[in-house]
Design a protein around this ligand. Structure first.
Ligand SMILES: Cc1cc2nc3c(=O)[nH]c(=O)nc-3n(C[C@H](O)[C@H](O)[C@H](O)COP(=O)(O)OP(=O)(O)OC[C@H]3O[C@@H](n4cnc5c(N)ncnc54)[C@H](O)[C@@H]3O)c2cc1C
Length: 451
């Protein structure tokens, strides 16, 4: 029987997935709804459309985004080499001439003999599932069951309509599917000023679950004033966000003390320095098991990224903090991947279905593309009854896929960040040197393994 795979969506993830399979000799059907139907953000008829910025972020190896792209090249990426060929000057970033970039990717896909493109809206996932001999074992299979016809879903953050309904049904309903991002920023713990912070849980100061950042009355009022005057990003489709998840700047606008009765409440806490309850207190909660990254609890925000760094630096412990992820609020469909996905990026309940791109809970153009490569490689391995690939967490891709598939409360999408990687055996104080050492550790892995 001829082996074939269906990929739904020809965005960054879908194109990489189709290409990874095609170059391994697998026949792929790639279904793309454009130009028949376009989301509000998609404008061009090309595949792999960059819906907003033309920047694919930093390119130097000692940056998280740079390491990610290097790893993608080791795995035979389609988009990274084309991005390099169509680059425009952008300092240390890899930015592209979007028209040239998208045209070149579209051409590479359409001219590939192993890829058949169907330009139509896929309305339903269940019919594909039933054709696939789905494996409803809820187990963590590394090779898969009936794998003659595999589906990779890569319909992106704006997945909607009957296809979204169908996916929701397949994955277990509303609580398994989010339609927007309302994420609080995440800081690198090494950059928090411990002189102005203390470990304690409310009422239990012997416990180290939370790192507390106390503020005096003067510090609180200065922070409040900066916050209510800070510049916000443009909001799209915000009605849903406001129902359950109010941004910190919106809360501040309700009154000068509102934050002190919400995310900045200090009840149950005593600052060991003053032996008193702080006037206000921000809690940081561990985001990763390795303890590198901490979430600003209750600080969902829509401030511009630069403003987040500036305004939050008025909290003394965060004066020089560096952010692994800034807070975001935008329309974004993604699955509850920690519950639903194996680390090999296929559904636990339907091993033959892989989830690629932003829908899997990664955040960013290149992260989406990288997950597409991984789905393509693992779909190929499944077809050939080979053990599927799980990259170690010393790699940026491995760390990222581990993060999105590790059980956690309040899962929000994640992009490349050094905080996802386990610490080095030796302590390197200089940040860029440390990042370079982390990157080189990953590169070493890719040099010593073939895929
Ligand atoms: C408004 C917006 C702006 C963003 N800006 C940035 C940014 O500047 N930088 C950044 O790094 N990330 C950005 N992101 C996040 C993310 O990186 C991008 O959305 C990225 O394009 C995701 O890649 P993807 O392959 O998962 O989805 P997409 O690139 O959106 O690709 C999905 C494809 O599937 C197709 N499709 C959808 N449904 C169906 C269906 N039922 N049948 C057939 N085809 C279908 C779509 O037409 C599309 O071509 C942004 C996201 C949004 C929503």
């Amino acid at each position: 029987m001829e082996k074939k795979v269906t990929v739904i969506g020809a965005g960054l993830a879908g194109c990489e997935a189709a290409y990874a399979l095609a170059k391994r000799g697998v026949k792929v059907t790639l279904i793309e709804q454009k130009p028949v139907k376009k989301s509000a953000a998609h404008k061009s008829d090309n595949f792999c459309e960059l819906v907003c910025s033309n920047s694919l972020k930093a390119f130097r190896l000692n940056s998280a985004a740079g390491l990610l792209k290097t790893e993608m090249e080791f795995l035979g990426s389609l988009t990274v080499p084309i991005a390099k060929q169509t680059a425009v000057p952008a300092g240390g970033a890899l930015a592209v001439d979007r028209e040239k970039f998208e045209t070149a990717v579209t051409k590479a896909i359409k001219e590939n003999k192993n890829i058949t493109v169907l330009q139509k809206e896929q309305k339903d996932i269940l019919s594909l599932v039933h054709n696939n001999g789905c494996n409803n074992n809820n187990g963590n299979s590394s090779t898969g069951g009936n794998s003659s016809n595999i589906v990779i879903i890569a319909t992106g953050p704006l997945t909607d309509g009957s296809f979204a309904e169908s996916l929701k049904k397949l994955t277990g309903g509303m609580e398994m599917f989010s339609f927007y991002d309302a994420a609080a920023p995440i800081v690198n713990i090494d950059t928090v000023d411990m002189e102005h912070a203390f470990w304690a849980s409310r009422y239990k100061d012997d416990q180290k679950d939370y790192l507390n950042c106390p503020l005096t009355k003067e510090e609180y009022l200065r922070f409040y004033n900066e916050l209510i005057n800070a510049e916000r990003a443009v909001l799209h489709d915000m009605d849903k966000i406001y129902e359950g998840c109010v941004p910190i700047e919106v809360l501040a606008h309700k009154g000068v003390d509102t934050m002190r009765f919400g995310p900045l409440k200090a009840v149950g806490l005593q600052d060991p320095k003053t032996q008193k309850r702080p006037y206000a207190n921000l809690q940081l909660r561990k985001e990763t098991v390795n303890g590198n990254m901490y979430n600003l609890v209750g600080f969902q925000t829509n401030l511009k990224f630069g403003e987040q760094k500036r305004v939050f630096s008025f909290i003394p412990a965060l004066k020089n903090a560096e952010y692994e992820r800034y807070g975001v609020m935008h329309r974004n469909s993604f699955l509850n991947s920690p519950m639903l996905l194996n680390e090999t990026l296929n559904l636990k309940s339907h091993n033959n279905i892989f989830i690629a791109g932003q829908l899997s809970g990664v955040e960013g153009y290149m992260e989406s593309a990288a997950s597409g490569i991984m789905c393509g490689i693992n779909a190929f391995r499944m077809l050939n009854n080979k053990e599927m690939l799980v990259l170690p967490d010393i790699t940026m891709m491995g760390g990222l896929f581990k993060y999105i598939t590790t059980p956690q409360k309040h899962f929000q999408p994640m992009g490349a960040a050094f905080g996802l990687l386990p610490a080095l055996d030796v302590r390197i104080k200089d940040k860029l040197e440390r990042y370079m050492a982390l990157a080189e550790r990953s590169v070493e892995y890719f040099k010593n393994n073939s895929f």
